[in-house]
Design a protein around this ligand. Structure first.
Ligand SMILES: C[S@@+](CC[C@H](N)C(=O)[O-])C[C@H]1O[C@@H](n2cnc3c(N)ncnc32)[C@H](O)[C@@H]1O
Length: 355
């Protein structure tokens, strides 16, 4: 029998659906505090002193603004763990950064997760979100293409600002991951020439070369417009091209966050080109989000499933986050008989496809 409208379970259900229906407030407020540069303003060389919204406002908008509205945003994001709130004896609310908030602070290398937040909420990407249902009705054209008449990577590379933000967003997320992965992985032993497919600005390759002096030559391979802007990195040659046509030869291929955005058929083509580019016994080292088999409400599973819908909406309606077994099958379909998985991180796994 259905529960009464006044029962606790019905009450909780009504509350939960209201929370979900208003959820857009969360990413858009996160985007707002990044645009306003709030995390750097609170951090100020590591002080992280709790500040009132008025104090923060005077740092980020010296010409003035609405402190009460800033406080409303800070308060809501406090409930998502981005800020910590203290209420002093006079009733004034003060905010500092939690560990989550600190991921948005610009580090010594000029990086943080802030660029990723901004990249995901640019106008062209936002236009695609009301069209998620279209990916169900017709998965041959992605919502991003329906909204912008062009595929996302084609769109980014035509706009220097979008291109630059994409590279910065990738660096901000990939550098901390690579620091952790390189501490625990010794699979670059014996590799002298390494190709990074879809290497963006070349940060991953730079870090691999620093940690593994045996890797003497790095090829950072990405779209011509992307590598044209890449900074000089000792030992690394930037090469522009199209991974669907061919991939430069190397002892091994590194590839991070690339397979996820493409369909199974496209991944097979990329991996087949990798297969042609490495010698017998050579390998592809891929870092990709890997979905758990079971669904649950943990932060990890949510981050992975939310990312899956992002891929469906922006990159390929049939591009996807995959399970370990789906990656194994992709490798087999391109001719790689051996497959191993390493877990150094909650979001990405390191996958080895061996020839
Ligand atoms: C999600 S980003 C990952 C960047 C970098 N590997 C990282 O994890 O920080 C995917 C990269 O693939 C590149 N890419 C897209 N299409 C490509 C193609 N056809 N050939 C080569 N690279 C491509 C993009 O320009 C972008 O830099």
């Amino acid at each position: 029998m259905a529960a009464k409208e006044s029962s606790e379970s019905r009450n909780q259900a009504r509350l939960a659906i209201l929370e979900l229906a208003n959820m857009i407030s969360v990413p858009m407020s996160l985007n707002a505090i990044v645009r306003l540069n709030v995390p750097d303003a609170i951090w100020q060389s590591g002080s992280n002193t709790p500040l009132s919204a008025s104090d923060i406002l005077s740092r980020v908008l010296p010409s003035g603004g609405d402190a009460e509205n800033l406080q409303r945003i800070l308060r809501m994001l406090t409930s998502y763990g981005v800020f910590a709130e203290q209420i002093d004896s006079s009733g004034e609310r003060k905010y500092s950064l939690t560990d989550i908030g600190k991921t948005l602070v610009t580090d010594d290398e000029g990086l943080s997760y802030a660029a990723y937040v901004l990249q995901h909420h640019q106008d062209a990407l936002m236009q695609a979100w009301p069209l998620v249902h279209e990916a169900v009705k017709d998965s041959t054209v992605e919502p991003f293409v329906k909204a912008n008449r062009e595929a996302a990577y084609d769109y980014y590379v035509k706009d220097p600002e979008m291109n630059e933000l994409m590279v910065k967003a990738m660096s901000g997320v990939s550098v901390p991951f690579m620091k952790a992965a390189l501490e625990g992985y010794d699979g670059f032993k014996g590799v002298e020439k390494l190709v990074d497919v879809g290497g963006s600005g070349g940060d991953c390759l730079r870090m691999i070369l620093q940690k593994n002096p045996n890797v003497r030559e790095g090829i950072n391979f990405d779209l011509p417009e992307v590598v044209a802007k890449a900074a000089v990195i000792p030992g690394v040659t930037h090469v522009g091209g199209d991974m669907f046509k061919s991939i430069p030869q190397g002892d091994a291929i590194f590839m991070k966050w690339v397979l996820t955005t493409w369909t199974d058929e496209e991944c097979k083509r990329i991996l087949e080109n990798c297969y042609k580019a490495v010698p017998e016994g050579g390998k592809v080292i891929a870092c990709e989000p890997v979905l758990p088999e079971e669904s649950d409400d943990s932060h990890r599973t949510r981050a992975l499933l939310e990312g899956d819908i992002f891929v469906m909406t922006i990159y390929r309606a049939k591009g996807k986050h995959r399970t370990q077994d789906q990656f194994r099958q992709l490798g087999l379909s391109a001719g790689f008989p051996r497959f191993r998985v390493f877990h150094f991180d909650s979001f990405y796994a390191l996958l080895e496809f061996q020839k």
